[in-house]
Design a protein around this ligand. Sequence first.
Ligand code: AMP
Length: 547
Amino acid sequence: MLGQMQSQPLLISNLIVHADRHHHSTEIVSRRVEGDIHRTTWGQVAARARRVANALDSLHLSFGDRVGTLAWNGYRHLELYFGVSGSGRVLHTLNPRLHPEQLVWIVNHADDRALCFDMSFLPLVQAVHAKCPGVKHWIALCDADKLPADTGIPGLLSYEAWIGGATDTYTWPEFDENCASSMCYTSGTTGNPKGAVYSHRSTLLHAYGAALPDALGCSARDAILPVVPMFHVNAWGLPYSAAAVGCKLVFPGPALDGKSVYELIEGEQVTMAAGVPTVWQMLLGHMQQNGVKFSTLKRTVIGGSACPPAMIAAFNDQYGVEVLHAWGMTEMSPLGTVCTLKNAQVALPADEKMKVRLKQGRSVFGVDMKIVNELGEEQPWDGKAYGDLLVRGPWIIASYFKGEGGDPLQYDAAGRGWFPTGDVATIDADGFMQITDRSKDVIKSGGEWISSIDVENIAMAHPAVAMAACIGMKHPKWDERPIVVVVKKPGTEVTRDELLAFYEGKIAKWQVPDDVVFVDAIPLGATGKMQKMTLRQQLAGYKLPGL
Ligand code: AMP
């Protein structure tokens, strides 16, 4: 017997139609590349998204054609999110921080037909456009009068003139919800980057899941600031969840320094913000230096890499802001887990609660997870046994674009496919998952594993440490031994021996790093994560003490 409910495909256009109808006058505020603050509403974004759809028709872009973006977080990027995907084309967000050659490779691999870019990326586009012959239309996200006369880019269009010439009357097409809506390439620290291709269905299910109270908890009463870029896994899906709940959105544009982010939070009465730890480091630094506080911010989502305890403590104890530690991946749309407490944990003493908050959290309904040993045998959920973390669910990839890398899934006895995350984790009896490491970053010393994240977190708790990276160095007896590479906070001092003494009593003796190397900077990748491979190359001539 079949259910007798209405059948309506889950499409991204449903989101913008809903936001337009039910949250028409709710504000969308953006700091623009032009430097000013721009204000619009969900109603206006919806109307301009319909213009985008008509303007794409006028360029004769077909259903499924890829439209690339090279843009910061802002209202025009948001209009493209809905106009491109809603009309059946595929939004391909590109990371402008990638090396130009890598960018060219990705644009060509994805077969992008049109590419929309912020004016701050004009020099980049000028340098690469000739190497992207498949891109037939280049569109600068600016007014017609801001377009320089001779850019050397054939047929360059101004976005405002382009959509200004189209009408805002448009009927969103209905099609199979499994059609591709958008795509994003993985950072590709080894080998070529691989494309994750999201569907309308996966995006809508993720939008529901992410908005849940025990996930990111988005509401119409929120003003959400996604500092995480819209080119990094769709700003963790927040633009979609925001349209579903009808909250105010605040976009930082290119200004991600502590002062600019703080001013935007206060000026726009932001209640929730989301970003990677490096961004919050800059924000906290600004606040501590200037002795300022938040007046409206209630919670901040921190993910993308492990959140140091010192950061959770600073937000919570000094500023009364709840940290939602979250974990996910490009291949997971990205949300997997969020660390929101259950009743049993709320009642714990502060130091016990902190231990829970450091975990990456519980799975959002829609994501199943398990840990397995090297034989693929499931490990117990006791908070101690660790193993490779595998996930499955409707917003997790089944394969990469063009089948690159073969079938990525591991199959269980029942034939169900699980995606191996490449992370090593524990899961406790309450279902809280904790990442111990990326499998390639785990340090293997004398047959035992040392978590580089644990070693880094302790260093980061020292008042003189701005950033710390723990890496394993070859050792003839122990196989590998950890060292910690440290950037000092400006104007502070700490010696090697003082920092090593700081580890005493905090972890087992054999887990304490063998050495401290002070550097001016730790290399960060295009999404703000520490690049340990590059760091290892930089330390190529390094020798462990006593060897
Ligand atoms: P990406 O696909 O570039 O977003 O990278 C995903 C990877 O980032 C994950 O597999 C983890 O290794 C890491 N990651 C993301 N969030 C966290 C977190 N909260 N703690 C530790 N690692 C994280």
